[in-house]
Design a binder for this molecule. Structure first.
Ligand code: ADP
Length: 622
C-alpha cells in the first residue's frame, strides 16, 4: 500500500484550526488526553483478552513517554488495543461525538470558548495546541499490519503502512511547536513533562514509564482515605474520568461495608452535558471489581433520573467475568445501586441545607432530570420532592416545599402552585396569580414540562404529605375562606343571570372547547382567562401528550370573564344588539386567553385579522 491522503471531516478540520489557535489556555491537558486514551486502550485490550485468550500476547501492559531532543518530539506509547486502518479514519479523521457541530457554532460566536470546551471536550485534537505535526503508529490487537497516520492539522492527513510494531498498541508522536511566546512551557523539558504527569495522571492504574522509571503512584483514588486526598486530586481524577474540562460541582465518597462491600467515588458535574436531555440513555458510572476496570457507563448502577452523576464504583464481591446482561438482575448490583442512591440523596440534602448557592447551581443544571425521579421512583418520591427547589412569587430566590410550608398563613389550604411554559416572567404575570398574591399567599412557580405531569398526578402519585399541592390553574382552587366563598358565590349567582346570553353565545361558537363561561370577581387587568375543569387536562399537558404521540380527546375548558372589565361589560350589551360583533369579540377574548397560557390561538392569522380590524376602527374613531 502506498501513502493515501484523506481530508478531515469539515467539523474536525474546523476544530483543528481552533486548537492550533489555542482557544484553551491550559495547553498541558493535551498530555492528559493522550495518557487517558492510552489507558483506555489498555483497558480495552485487557477486556478483549479476557473474552478471547488466543489474543493474549505475553507482554506487560504499560504506557511509555519519551522525549527526543534531536527530533524535537514527545511521544506517548501504549501496548493497548491499537487501531485498524478503518478505525484510524473513523476515530481520528472524524469527530464521532455528536454535538460537535453545535460546539463549533457556539464557539465561533462566543467569547467563552474555554467553558464551551468544558462542555464538549476535544480529546485527541488537543495535541495541536502543542504540536505542529502529529504521527500515530498503531497496530490493532490480533492484526498483522501496522499503520501510520500523519497530520499537520491543515485539514488533511495521510495513512500509510509502516514497519511492523513488535506488539499491538499505539505510539503518538508530537513534533512540538517551538514557541516564541514569553513564558510558554517547553514540552521537551523533562521536569515540565514529569510535572504534568504527576498532576494529571498519577492515579492511572497502568504504569507510566518515563526515563525508564514508573512515575505514577497508580493508587486508586477511591480506595484511599478521604483525608489523604486534596481537592485538586479529586478534580484531576474527575477530568480524567469524564473528559470534561470544567471542575465538578462536588464529589461524593462511598465506603460501604456490610452485606456487600464496595467503594465509590461519584461526582456531580458543574454543568449539564449538551446531550443530557437528548439522550436519556447516557450514563456515566464506571464499574471496577477489585480495582480492575470492567466497564464504562454501567447503567444498572444508577437510576435513569440520576444519569448526570459521573464516577466509579468498585465492588469486592462481583465476579470478574460479569457481563452486561447479567448485571441487570444481579442482587449485589441492586444493593450497590440502592445504597449509592441513598448516599447521593443525603449528600444533596446536606448541600441544600448548608450551601444553597451551590445547590442552586446543581438544580439549575440537573433539576429537570432529577425530578423525573418523582415519576420513575415512587419509593423515593418523598425524598425527591423534599430535595426539589422552586421559584416563587415571594422573591427572586428559590424555596423548598418545607420552607414554603413554614411560611404558610394560618388556615391556608395547601401549597399553591402554578405550572406553565418555560418562562418565569410569563408565569408571574398570569392573571391567575393575582387573586392569591393580593391576599398575601405565596405561589410556587413551575416552568419545566414535567411539572405539569407532577401537578396533574399529585393527588394519587405523590406521597401522602404532598397531596396538598394545589394547582391554582384549576377552577376549584381558590384563595378564599369558606365565608368569603359563600359571599362570592352569592355575588356570582347574581352575575350569572347577566352573563347568561354571553354564555349561550360562547357555547354556540366553541361547542368543543368550552365547558362553560363564568363571571369572575378576581380578574381585573385582563378581561378573560381559561381555567382547567376540575378533572381536565391542562393545555400544557395536552400539548405534551400530543407531542408524545398520545391521542388526547378534545379538552373542554372554562372561560372566565371579568365582571368589572369595560370590554366585557360592552360585550354583554352587544349580544342583544349586534350578535355578529359580539361573536367576533368573544373569539378575540378566547384567543387572548390562549396567549396568556403561553399557547397559540387556534388560527393566528384570523386572530391578527380581527385585532387589526379593531385597531383600524379605534384609530378611525380617534
Ligand atoms: P475520546 O477519547 O474522548 O473518545 P479522542 O479524540 O481522544 O476522544 O479519541 C478518539 C478515539 O480514538 C478514541 O475513542 C479511541 O477509540 C481512539 N484512540 C485514541 N487514542 C488511542 C490509543 N492510544 N489507542 C487506541 N485507540 C485510540
Amino acid at each position: 500500500m502506498s501513502e493515501e491522503k484523506f481530508y478531515f471531516q469539515s467539523e474536525a478540520a474546523e476544530l483543528l484550526r481552533m486548537m492550533i489557535n489555542s482557544v484553551y489556555s491550559n495547553k498541558d491537558i493535551f498530555l492528559r488526553e493522550l495518557i487517558s486514551n492510552a489507558s483506555d486502550a489498555l483497558d480495552k485490550r485487557r477486556i478483549e483478552c479476557l473474552k478471547d485468550s488466543e489474543l493474549a500476547e505475553n507482554t506487560n501492559p504499560e504506557i511509555k513517554i519519551e522525549i527526543d531532543n534531536d527530533r524535537k518530539t514527545l511521544s506517548v506509547s501504549d501496548n493497548g488495543i491499537g487501531m485498524s486502518k478503518d478505525e484510524i479514519i473513523k476515530y481520528l479523521g472524524t469527530i464521532a461525538k455528536s454535538g460537535t457541530r453545535e460546539f463549533i457554532e457556539a464557539a465561533k460566536n462566543s467569547s467563552t470558548q474555554q467553558e464551551l470546551i468544558g462542555q464538549f471536550g476535544v480529546g485527541f485534537y488537543s495535541v495541536f495546541m502543542a504540536a505542529d505535526k502529529v504521527e500515530v503508529v498503531t497496530r490493532k490487537l490480533g492484526a498483522s499490519e501496522t499503520f501510520k497516520f500523519v497530520s499537520d492539522g491543515d485539514g488533511s492527513f495521510t495513512i500509510d503502512e509502516a514497519e511492523q510494531r513488535s506488539e499491538c498498541g499505539t505510539t503518538v508522536t508530537l513534533f512540538i511547536r517551538q514557541s516564541t511566546e514569553e513564558g510558554a512551557k517547553n514540552y521537551l523539558d523533562e521536569w515540565t513533562v514529569r510535572d504534568i504527569i504527576g498532576k494529571y495522571s498519577d492515579f492511572i492504574s497502568w504504569p507510566i514509564y518515563f526515563k525508564d522509571k514508573i512515575v505514577n503512584s497508580r493508587k486508586a483514588i477511591w480506595q484511599r482515605p478521604d483525608s489523604e486526598i486534596s481537592e485538586e486530586e479529586y478534580k484531576e481524577f474527575y477530568l480524567h474520568l469524564t473528559h470534561d474540562f470544567t471542575e465538578p460541582l462536588t464529589h461524593i465518597k462511598i465506603n460501604a461495608e456490610g452485606s456487600t462491600n464496595f467503594k465509590g467515588l461519584l461526582f456531580i458535574p458543574s454543568q449539564a452535558p449538551y446531550d443530557l436531555f437528548m439522550n436519556p440513555e447516557s450514563g456515566g458510572i464506571s464499574l471496577y471489581i477489585n480495582r480492575v476496570f470492567i466497564m464504562n457507563d454501567c447503567k444498572d448502577l444508577i437510576p435513569q433520573y440520576l444519569r448526570f452523576i459521573r464516577g466509579v464504583i468498585d465492588s469486592e464481591d462481583l465476579p470478574l467475568n460479569i457481563s452486561r446482561e447479567i448485571l441487570q438482575d444481579d442482587p449485589i448490583i441492586r444493593i450497590i445501586r440502592r445504597s449509592s442512591q441513598r448516599k447521593i440523596f443525603s449528600e444533596l440534602k446536606k448541600m441544600l441545607e448548608n450551601d444553597r448557592e451551590k445547590y442552586i447551581k446543581f438544580w439549575t443544571a440537573f433539576g429537570r432530570v432529577f425530578k423525573e425521579g418523582l415519576i420513575q421512583d415512587s419509593e423515593n418520591a418523598k425524598t425527591i420532592l423534599g430535595l426539589e427547589i422552586f421559584r416563587t412569587t415571594n422573591d427572586d430566590g428559590w424555596t423548598t416545599i418545607e420552607e414554603y410550608r413554614a411560611r404558610m398563613k394560618p388556615g391556608q389550604k395547601g401549597v399553591y402552585c402554578l405550572a406553565g411554559k418555560d418562562n418565569i416572567d410569563v408565569l408571574k404575570a398570569s392573571p391567575k396569580i393575582e387573586p392569591f398574591t393580593s391576599r398575601g399567599y405565596e405561589v410556587l412557580l413551575m416552568t419545566d414540562p414535567i411539572d405539569e405531569v407532577i401537578l396533574a398526578q399529585a393527588e394519587f402519585m405523590l406521597p401522602d404529605d404532598a397531596k396538598d399541592l394545589l394547582n391554582i390553574a384549576r377552577d376549584d382552587v381558590t384563595p378564599y375562606t369558606d365565608d368569603e366563598k359563600k359571599d362570592n358565590d352569592k355575588k356570582l349567582k347574581a352575575l350569572e343571570k347577566e352573563f347568561e346570553p354571553v354564555r349561550k353565545l360562547a357555547l354556540e361558537i366553541f361547542p368543543d372547547k368550552l365547558e362553560t363561561v363564568k363571571p369572575s370577581l378576581t380578574l381585573t387587568a385582563s378581561p378573560a382567562c381559561l381555567r382547567d375543569a376540575p378533572n381536565g387536562v391542562s393545555l400544557q399537558m395536552e400539548s405534551l401528550m400530543r407531542s408524545a404521540g398520545r391521542v388526547v380527546p378534545p379538552q373542554k375548558r372554562i372561560l372566565e370573564l371579568s365582571s368589572s372589565h369595560e370590554a366585557v361589560k360592552k360585550l354583554i350589551g352587544l349580544v342583544s344588539t349586534d350578535r355578529d360583533k359580539a361573536a367576533e369579540i368573544l373569539r378575540i377574548l378566547y384567543d387572548q386567553s390562549m396567549l396568556l397560557e403561553g399557547a397559540m390561538p387556534d388560527n393566528p392569522a384570523e386572530f391578527v385579522k380581527r385585532v387589526d380590524e379593531l385597531l383600524t376602527l379605534s384609530l378611525k374613531d380617534g
